[in-house]
Design a protein around this ligand. Structure first.
Ligand code: PRP
Length: 167
């Protein structure tokens, strides 16, 4: 495995995103919604750099039939909180085809929140199958398979403190 983003660079990316979010969400008391499982490491680092009141929740989704080509998303675990009238910030580790987030964002938006925005640590725009743009992006990467810092390959390597290219 070859390191793509070092621990030091991840810290800088998280700090950059936290600075933007601290500025935009001051006095808003948002709900951060992490998408399981990949986002948990990023979410835990990000939230510790946010200096406003916030709540957290988690949602888990999978594509039908184990393939992302259908574009159909099934919710495996929903959030527990009521987001009506609230500011929601979805926290994602990586956007690839864009299918997961575009579906989840629509589902959350249908529940009457005040706003729904998305922060992602990594973005692979070259892989999009559907138009989707995050509000906050840590780093745009090329089309390569990455693991570590929450990201897995067959559930392995999530615990790596850096992000590596898996060959
Ligand atoms: C990964 C990643 C995103 C999604 C992005 O999750 O964490 O949630 O895929 O892909 P997309 O833009 O093509 O929809 P995965 O389904 O691998 O689950 P995991 O987070 O539990 O690893």
């Amino acid at each position: 495995m070859k390191t793509l983003i070092s621990e030091k660079e991840i810290k800088q990316l998280v700090k950059k995103l936290a600075d933007q979010i601290n500025f935009d969400y001051k006095d808003k008391k948002p709900i951060l919604v992490g998408i399981l499982k990949g986002s948990i490491v990023f979410m835990s680092d990000l939230m510790r750099q946010l200096d406003f009141d916030l709540e957290i929740d988690f949602i888990s989704a999978s594509s039908y039939g184990g393939t992302k080509t259908s574009g159909e998303i099934k919710i495996l675990k929903d959030i527990n909180c009521d987001i009506k009238g609230r500011d929601v910030l979805i926290v994602e580790d990586i956007i690839d085809t864009g299918l997961t987030l575009s579906h989840l964002k629509k589902i959350l938006e249908s529940r009457g929140p005040k706003t729904v925005k998305v922060v992602t640590l990594l973005d692979k725009p070259s892989r999009r199958k559907i138009k989707f743009k995050a509000d906050y992006v840590g780093k745009v990467i090329e089309d390569c398979f990455v693991v570590g810092y929450g990201l897995d390959c067959d559930e392995k390597h999530r615990q790596l403190p850096y992000i590596a290219i898996f060959k």
